[in-house]
Design a protein around this ligand. Structure first.
Ligand SMILES: NC(=O)c1ccc[n+]([C@@H]2O[C@H](COP(=O)([O-])OP(=O)(O)OC[C@H]3O[C@@H](n4cnc5c(N)ncnc54)[C@H](OP(=O)(O)O)[C@@H]3O)[C@@H](O)[C@H]2O)c1
Length: 413
C-alpha cells in the first residue's frame, strides 16, 4: 500500500494525530529480528501503514525467499540471516541490491545495534533471541519484546541492564501489552494482582487422555495464528507458564501477585486487580497487530485500519480456573517462578528441547511436561546466575533432555 495515501485516508477527525506525528516526530527506524515469522510479518504490515516508521534492518533464520521479498518491499539498509549458507544464497540473489547482508550471530547483532535504529522488535523464537536482545539494550535501543524467552531465561539481567542504560521494554505479547496499558500512570502499591488470560489452547475441552495427540492437532490453535513453537506451548499451557515468568520480571511483581484465568474467547487480553477491589481489563480483537501497533507508536495511540471489537457480536465471555492436573506444564512453570534463580532457564531449555522432539514425532505430547520435569529434577540451582552460567545451563538442559529421551523407556513413543 502507498504509505502517503495510508495516512490521508482515515476518517476526518483523526488524521491530525498522524499529521502531528509526521511533522514533529522524526522518522522512527525499526529493526525486526525474526522478520520472516508470524510476529515479524505482522510487524511489517503495521509499518507499511504508518508513514513515519521505516525499516532499517531485518533478521531471519533460514527463509531466503520471504526475506528477499521483504527486502524489495521495505528497503532495509542491512539484513542478517542466522544460517550462513542461506545468507550466501541471498547475496547471490541480491547481487545488484545496495542492502548489506550479514550472517550468523555477529551479523544479527550488527543489525540489532546499528546506530540509526531507534526500536528493535525482538521476535526471534526461543533462546536464540536472548543475545541479540541483550546487545540491542546495551546499544541503547528501545525494545518491542515478543521473545518472551529472553525474560524467562535472563529476567534479572535484562532488568539490571534496562535500569543502567535507560531504555524502554515494550511488551508485544498481548497479555503483557494489556497489563502494560492498564498500569500506565499507576502506583505499584495499588496493585493487588495481575490476571493473565489464556484461551486454553486446542485441548481445553478434550475428553479422554492426551496420549495420541499429533503435532498437526496441537498446532491448530483455535484463536491465534502463530509460529510452531508457541502453538505447541499454547497447547500444553506452557506458554501461559512462560508468560507468568515474563510478567514477574517485566512488572517486578512476586509470583503470588500473578494469576492465570482461562478465557476461551480471547477478547479480554488481561486484567489488573487493585487493592480497593477495582478490576481493570483491556479488551480487543484477537489480532497481534493491535499490541504491535501500540509498541511501535508508543507513547501515542494512532488510528489503525484494523477491525474494531464489537462487544455485542462477541457474545458471552467466560472465565474459569486452569486445571493444573490436565496441564502439568503450567504447574511446572508456576513452581519454577516461585523458585527463581536458574530454574526458569532450565524450564525454558528443557521445554524447547521437548517441543522440538514432539514436532519431530520422537516423543508423545504427554511426554513434553514429563521430560521437562525429569530435567528439572536433575538441576543443581544457582540463585543469581550470570549470562555465561545461563548459557551453560541452557546447553546442559538441552543435552540432558536428549540423554533422557534415549535412556528412559517411558519417553519412547
Ligand atoms: N506469534 C504470536 O502471535 C506471538 C505472540 C506473542 C509472543 N510471541 C513470541 O514471539 C516470538 C516469535 O514467535 P513467532 O510465532 O513469530 O515465531 P515463528 O513464526 O516461528 O518465527 C520465528 C522467527 O525467528 C527466526 N529464527 C528462528 N531461529 C532463529 C535463529 N537461530 N536466529 C535468527 N532467527 C531465527 C525465524 O526465521 P526463519 O523463519 O527465516 O527461519 C522467524 O523469523 C516467540 O518468542 C513467541 O513466543 C509470538
Amino acid at each position: 500500500m502507498n504509505k502517503q495515501s495510508a495516512i490521508r485516508t482515515p476518517q476526518s477527525s483523526i488524521p491530525d494525530t498522524h499529521e502531528m506525528w509526521a511533522q514533529s516526530a522524526r522518522q522512527k527506524k525499526i529493526a525486526i529480528l525474526g522478520s520472516t515469522g508470524s510476529i515479524g510479518i505482522n510487524t511489517l504490515e503495521v509499518i507499511e501503514n504508518l508513514p513515519f516508521l521505516s525499516v532499517s534492518g531485518l533478521v531471519a533464520g533460514k527463509n531466503v525467499e520471504l526475506l528477499e521479498s521483504q527486502i524489495y518491499r521495505f528497503n532495509p539498509s542491512k539484513v542478517a540471516m542466522m544460517d550462513e549458507e542461506k545468507a550466501s544464497e541471498l547475496r547471490k540473489r541480491l547481487v545488484n541490491h545496495p542492502c548489506k547482508i550479514w550472517s550468523g550471530l555477529s551479523g544479527i547483532i550488527e543489525v540489532a545495534t546499528a546506530p540509526d535504529v531507534d526500536l528493535v522488535v525482538s521476535a526471534i523464537v526461543g533462546a536464540a533471541g536472548l543475545i541479540p536482545t541483550l546487545e540491542a539494550i546495551k546499544a541503547g535501543k528501545d525494545i518491542a519484546l515478543a521473545n518472551k524467552e529472553t525474560m524467562v531465561m535472563a529476567g534479572e539481567i535484562v532488568n539490571e541492564l534496562v535500569k543502567e542504560i535507560g531504555v524502554n521494554i515494550l511488551p508485544v505479547d498481548s497479555e503483557h501489552n494489556a497489563v502494560f496499558q492498564i498500569l500506565e500512570g499507576r502506583q505499584r502499591e495499588d496493585i493487588e494482582k495481575i490476571i493473565l488470560t489464556a484461551s486454553g489452547g486446542p485441548f481445553r475441552d478434550r475428553k479422554g487422555d492426551f496420549e495420541g495427540i499429533t503435532p498437526e492437532e496441537a498446532l491448530a490453535h483455535p484463536r491465534w495464528l502463530m509460529g510452531p513453537k508457541i502453538s505447541i506451548d499454547s497447547a500444553t499451557l506452557m506458554n501461559k507458564g512462560l508468560e507468568v515468568i515474563e510478567a514477574h520480571y517485566l512488572f517486578h511483581l512476586p509470583a503470588k501477585q500473578i494469576s492465570v484465568v482461562i478465557h476461551p474467547e480471547s477478547i479480554v487480553h488481561s486484567l489488573v486487580e487493585f487493592i480497593d477491589g477495582s478490576m481493570m481489563a483491556q479488551l480487543g480483537i484477537t489480532d497481534m497487530r493491535v499490541p504491535i501497533s501500540y509498541c511501535l507508536t508508543y507513547p501515542e495511540r494512532l488510528l489503525t485500519s484494523l477491525p474494531k471489537l464489537s462487544l455485542a457480536e462477541a457474545g458471552p465471555l467466560h472465565f474459569f480456573s486452569p486445571d493444573l492436573g490436565r496441564f502439568p506444564a503450567l504447574r511446572l512453570a508456576l513452581e519454577v517462578v516461585e523458585k527463581g534463580g536458574s530454574w526458569p532457564a532450565v524450564l525454558n531449555a528443557a521445554n524447547e528441547a521437548a517441543v522440538d522432539l514432539f514436532l519431530k514425532e520422537k516423543i508423545a505430547f504427554t511426554n513434553i511436561p514429563f521430560l521437562i520435569e525429569q530435567v528439572l529434577e536433575r538441576h543443581s540451582p544457582l540463585s543469581h546466575p550470570n549470562l555465561e552460567e545461563i548459557l551453560a545451563i541452557d546447553r546442559w538442559a538441552r543435552a540432558e533432555a536428549e540423554k533422557l529421551r534415549i535412556s528412559d523407556c517411558r519417553l519412547r513413543i
